[in-house]
Ligand binder design. Structure first.
Ligand code: DAH
Length: 405
């Protein structure tokens, strides 16, 4: 740097600029290397501008002092903000703002290139001291805050054993479910199996195989939703009989509970979707006496020991003979009341001996095997058993209603 311009050579003893034309006042600095330094002065000899044609680096002499002041200010501001923080996330904001990658202290470190190399360790140390100090105050504040939070939490969590307990509102089994479980219990006790069948069913299983051919009037009473000409929403659980018989496993003792569908308007006793429980027994030497004995026992178990049963002749296409079974009114014991509409009897189910045609369609020899079947409405049992006078209540899912059973 033999051709460097020394401070004494500069009229002001000061130079700051990088190369190019510059105007304005000079501030104290130290020139490291200057080549081709030109000065323009006005008539009074004042420097207007200077030209430096080569790059050179100038470090301000007072940089250490300036940096120290700057750091003090940053530190004071950081501490002020820490003291003002009233939450942990606010403290974290302060940390990020001052110590983070884009924080103020980091910015100071980045401006280190303006400091003369021999002053850099000093300034670096100052920055570190400032960082340590801010970190220390931050940690103290954080610990204090966490302690306060812990204390507040402990206070809030004090358990007052004298307070009334909070009641958990738990669900409740639906009256339909309670009734079904009761029916299942009775038949399982008699050695029956509980099976299920499809709700979306073929016309064949819902009608045809049950001896209800295409134009049979019984189909009118059981209109339903047809998915296509062949597939429909089942109108009765009787089709499950056919599925079970087709399996070819004899004897059969089964009940089949499930949802059925009909084109019915909603009212107190009707719904387009309700439930039935189908029953089927197929074995050698099954007679109407077995049917009567089984269903009489069922009625007693369900409605009480004193319950009597009565069979009225009826017609169902898939049973022969067929009957409807009434039970003696379990409210008045048969003398007649509001509940049984003065009749003393309540109709409860349809039943009969499985029609030989049905057996044949299911590849069972009617000469060798006979059987009986029955079908009962689940809602009907629930309504009777729990003395509910409107079927719609069963579908509203109002917990105030449901939890009474
Ligand atoms: N499936 C008939 C209905 O929905 C009820 C029924 C009657 C089922 C007699 C049977 C039975 O199994 O033998 O009306």
């Amino acid at each position: 740097m033999s051709d460097a311009l020394s401070i004494s050579e500069c009229p002001y003893g000061i130079c700051i600029w990088k190369f190019g034309w510059y105007r304005g006042l000079f501030v104290p600095c130290r020139v490291i290397s200057v080549r081709d330094f030109l000065m323009h002065t006005d008539e009074q000899g004042r420097t207007l501008s200077c030209l430096m044609t080569h790059e050179f680096i100038i470090y301000r002499k007072d940089m250490v002092v300036t940096m120290k002041e700057k750091l003090e200010k940053i530190k004071a501001e950081a501490i002020r903000q820490i003291n003002m923080s009233d939450a942990l996330d606010k403290l974290n904001d302060v940390r990020v703002n001052f110590l983070g990658k884009k924080g103020e202290l980091t910015a100071v470190l980045k401006s280190m290139k303006e400091v003369a190399p021999e002053d850099r360790p000093k300034v670096g140390q100052l920055v570190n001291e400032a960082r340590e100090e801010i970190e220390r105050v931050l940690e103290e504040a954080k610990a204090g805050m966490e302690k306060k939070l812990r204390e507040a939490k402990m206070k809030a969590e004090v358990i007052d054993v004298t307070l009334p307990a909070q009641k958990n509102s738990v669900g409740h089994r639906h009256p339909n479910t309670i009734a079904l479980e009761e029916v299942e219990r009775i038949f399982i006790g008699m050695g029956y199996e509980v099976v299920e069948g499809p709700e979306i069913e073929k016309d064949y299983y819902n009608f045809e195989a049950l001896n209800i051919p295409a134009d049979h009037p019984a189909k009118d009473e059981q209109d339903t939703f047809y998915i296509n000409g062949d597939i429909l929403l089942r109108t009765q659980t009787s089709g499950v009989q056919v599925h079970e018989m087709e399996k070819g496993r004899l004897p059969i003792r089964m009940i089949a509970p499930g949802r059925v569908f009909r084109a019915d308007e909603v009212d107190a006793t009707h719904s387009p979707s309700f439930h039935q429980i189908e029953g089927l027994v197929i074995d050698k030497n099954i007679t109407f006496a077995d049917l009567k004995g089984t269903l009489a026992e069922f009625a007693k178990e369900l409605f009480g020991e004193g319950t009597k049963v009565k069979f009225r002749p009826h017609h169902f296409p898939f049973t022969e003979p067929s009957a409807e079974m009434d039970v003696s009114c379990f409210k008045c014991g048969g003398s007649g009341c509001r509940f049984c509409k003065g009749e003393g009897w309540i109709e409860i189910l349809g039943c009969g001996m499985v029609h030989p045609k049905v057996l044949k369609m299911c590849h069972i020899d009617p000469e060798e095997y006979t059987g009986f079947a029955f079908g009962v409405g689940l809602e009907r049992i629930a309504l009777l058993k729990y003395e509910i006078d409107d079927m719609r209540l069963l579908y509203e899912n109002d917990i105030r209603f449901l939890k009474q059973f």
